[in-house]
Design a binder for this molecule. Sequence first.
Ligand code: AMP
Length: 170
Amino acid sequence: MDLRSFVREVPDFPKPGISFKDITPLLTDAGAFAHAVERMAEPVSAMLPTHVLGLESRGFIFGSALAQKMGLGFVPARKPGKLPLPVFQESYGLEYGTDALEIHRDAFKAGDRVLIVDDVLATGGTAAAARRLVESAGAQPLALTLFIELGFLAGRAKLPGLPIFSVLRY
Ligand code: AMP
């Protein structure tokens, strides 16, 4: 199946110069979405993960599907102010300013083996913050699993030593 044909490239969204990868055509096709999740699971199933950490917000879509398929617990990494109890927070740089992700302090326990999941790897700042969150909680970041990797933005350079798997590369 040609999964690339289910990704729409939208020029100049959300700002000039960005080619936005719109995954809604993939999500709307049951077979294509299931195939994408199967492809994401393949390289990581032998790593014996215990949990998926999904990054707000499209990482929730792929991450929860992957967690169900692999029989793993799911933890949401949320934007600030959304979680009701004490959190770990990690900030990351954006083109203008900063943003942050949070998890509940009791989301993981020592020894948990965590797959970090998002839809797109761009500059890598979001995923690097997610990795630090897992480490703050005393758990082990096993790998980063993505549907799409934008190779020209070199996000991997911000994630030394972490295995990274993507289904489609641009
Ligand atoms: P980064 O921190 O630069 O790796 O950005 C990754 C986050 O931004 C992911 O959660 C993506 O959903 C989103 N993102 C960045 N660039 C794009 C793009 N060209 N198309 C779709 N989503 C993007």
